[in-house]
Design a binder for this molecule. Structure first.
Ligand SMILES: Cc1cc2nc3c(=O)[nH]c(=O)nc-3n(C[C@H](O)[C@H](O)[C@H](O)COP(=O)(O)OP(=O)(O)OC[C@H]3O[C@@H](n4cnc5c(N)ncnc54)[C@H](O)[C@@H]3O)c2cc1C
Length: 372
């Protein structure tokens, strides 16, 4: 018999959500985390937005799991008092020239089952009188959440169900044994040891392709090799934070949703994230002062009252992407590797936005993949 029934690699929001869901019926579960505490990587370096599901290709995992996850997240937040706010959002065309771009976004969101409303310029201004706008789309179901509150909840559930979280343990090897269990080698502060597990779920975020490679998968052939896109934020001085009362996004230009205005649960206003492909690992998280002109231009299109003196470089996060710079967006890979002769191994690759929103739905999806 294996030491554990299930091993989840990575204690970001995804690994924790999966751990919380599966430990209910399978308490012989361990979540392995290389850092000294859970949730120290991408899951604590993001916009903390509960996305409605507007932009993703209809029928894609991104779209389905976002819509399911958003509904599930609001109920979870209500039931367990996880800090959140249904703050709502406007996608604003800053000039009449941008107005025709709203319709395809509206149609895409509607096809995903998201409730949206087209707004005239006056209707936008009646909601947000300070923004530069020619018209927009209103999303009543967009919210903000405490990512740490959500992860604390999932962590608590794992422990309550009898599961284990093992921090400061880096997975350094995965091999398949003759009896079809997996042997997992870990490095705990310089000491190498190993244990066995029937099921292995790779939720290692920025390192998910390396973990898949450890199991013997050719990640180039499988299309699992990740590219990395950094997203930086600039914070706005508190005296200007009350200029808006909900999230305001521009019409997306190239990659990403466009630098937008975010208000967190503490009422802080910031702008971001931009998209900048970087090399790694290791990753560098400082926010470059040279980005100031680009941020100034993006901010001016939403809130022209905010001047250069009102913004300071803030935080950044890095997205693990399956597409390279300039390529069309790709869907998540959530794959049970039984077709590669590795039943019991599930890889989650390219788990970028909107996965804070989708985490609970991803856990349900994995449960079905393994046990239905
Ligand atoms: C700039 C930015 C903004 C975003 N905004 C939003 C948003 O507003 N709303 C939304 O829904 N989503 C958003 N996202 C996406 C969301 O934050 C991520 O998709 C989500 O946090 C990914 O969680 P994860 O658990 O997969 O990854 P992570 O949080 O990176 O967790 C993976 C964990 O695996 C661990 N690990 C890695 N390798 C090993 C190993 N060998 N051994 C043991 N442990 C290991 C890591 O230490 C890490 O803790 C944003 C992302 C970015 C970058």
């Amino acid at each position: 018999m294996a030491d554990f029934e299930i091993t989840v690699i990575g204690a970001g929001v995804v690994g924790l959500a999966i751990g919380a869901r599966l430990s209910k019926n399978h308490p012989h579960l361990v979540v392995m985390e290389k850092n000294k505490k859970y949730g120290m990587e991408t899951s604590s370096r993001n916009s903390e937005v509960i996305h409605a599901g507007i932009y993703y290709t209809p029928g894609s995992l991104k779209a389905q799991l976002c819509v399911e996850g958003r509904t599930a997240l609001y109920s979870l937040c209500k039931q367990y008092s996880i800090a959140h706010k249904r703050i709502t959002k406007i996608i604003s065309a800053s000039t009449p020239h941008e107005l025709p771009k709203l319709e395809p976004i509206f149609n895409n969101g509607t096809a995903n089952g998201v409730s949206l409303r087209m707004l005239t310029k006056d209707e936008v201004l009646s909601l947000e009188r300070n923004i530069l706008t020619a018209g927009g789309i209103f999303s009543p179901d967009t919210g903000v959440i405490s990512a740490h509150g959500l992860m604390d909840f999932f962590h608590h559930s794992i422990i309550e169900n009898g599961g284990t979280l093992q921090e400061q343990s880096t997975v350094v090897g995965i091999s398949r044994l003759v009896n079809k269990d997996y042997e997992i080698s870990i490095n705990e502060r310089g000491n190498i040891s190993s244990f066995t597990s029937e099921i292995v779920i790779n939720a290692a975020g920025l390192y998910a392709d390396s973990i898949a490679a450890l199991s013997g998968i050719d990640i180039d052939k499988a299309g699992y090799r990740l590219a990395f896109a950094k997203g930086s934020y600039f914070a706005v001085t508190p005296s200007k934070a009350a200029l808006i009362s909900r999230l305001v996004y521009p019409v997306p230009q190239n990659e990403g949703l466009g630098v937008h205005a975010l208000i967190d649960l503490n009422g802080r206003l910031k702008f971001g994230p931009d998209v900048n492909y970087v090399e790694g690992p290791p990753f560098e998280f400082s926010v470059d002062e040279t980005k100031r002109p680009a941020f100034r231009n993006a901010i001016r299109k939403i809130l022209p009252q905010i001047s250069d003196n009102d913004i300071t470089p803030d935080m950044s996060g890095i997205r693990p992407k399956l597409q390279r710079e300039g390529e069309a967006a790709k869907d998540f890979v959530i794959h049970h590797e039984n077709d590669r002769g590795m039943s019991g191994l599930v890889n989650l690759i390219g788990i970028e936005s909107p996965v804070l929103t989708s985490s609970h739905a991803i856990a349900r999806y994995i449960d079905d993949l393994l046990y239905k």
